[in-house]
Ligand binder design. Structure first.
Ligand code: GDP
Ligand code: MG
Length: 163
């Protein structure tokens, strides 16, 4: 069995963009996995040092804050249950939100590697803007741009070492 990596985070932070970036052009969908939920996308990724299965969570945009938190709790729980490693994605443009904080707290209780990504760090200037994310008290933050393919190679080197 290949290890499973789950991408978790609020709507619009760039989870699907990161998913597509990591899967690359030849996107192999895994349709025959048991227990696959509709709102999740699975793909086999073989282009890094360690082959893995990637899961993109969350398919809809919740209307209310309560629904948002509920969706994020469900996403995180699923990821914690079935993944071997979690990529938690935040948005460097919109900054740190209460929902981010709550999920980070949930993920602290998981005995699995969790990587905290700050996405949409497209240019050098933005990199200094990730400062408020250090309030989360996590050891390492990974500034990335899924859209512009920045920070992804370094991230994946460390991810593969943790698998
Ligand atoms: P999801 O809801 O978390 O799956 O987010 P999406 O992948 O659908 O992306 C939401 C929006 O953010 C889209 O308009 C993307 O083009 C944009 N986006 C994703 N990654 C980046 C990035 O690295 N930089 C910028 N500037 N925008 C991004
Ligand atoms: Mg998405």
């Amino acid at each position: 069995m290949k290890p499973i990596i789950a991408i978790v985070g609020r709507p619009n932070v760039g989870k699907s963009t990161l998913f597509n970036r990591l899967v690359g052009r030849r996107k192999a969908m895994v349709d025959d996995m048991p227990g696959v939920t509709r709102d999740r996308n699975y793909a086999e990724v073989n282009r890094f040092d360690v082959p893995f299965i990637l899961v993109d969570t969350g398919g809809f945009e919740p209307e209310t804050n309560d629904r948002l938190l509920q969706q994020m709790r469900e996403q995180s729980q699923l990821a914690m249950d079935e993944a071997d490693l979690i990529l938690f994605v935040m948005d460097g443009r919109s900054g740190l939100t209460p929902a981010d904080r709550e999920v980070v707290e949930m993920l602290r209780r998981v005995d699995k590697p969790v990587f905290h990504l700050v996405n949409k760090v497209d240019g050098d200037k933005l990199e200094s803007g990730i400062g408020d994310f250090y309030a989360l008290g996590v050891e390492t933050l990974y500034p990335v741009s899924a859209e512009h393919n920045r920070g992804i190679g370094d991230l994946m080197t460390e991810v593969c070492e943790a698998l």
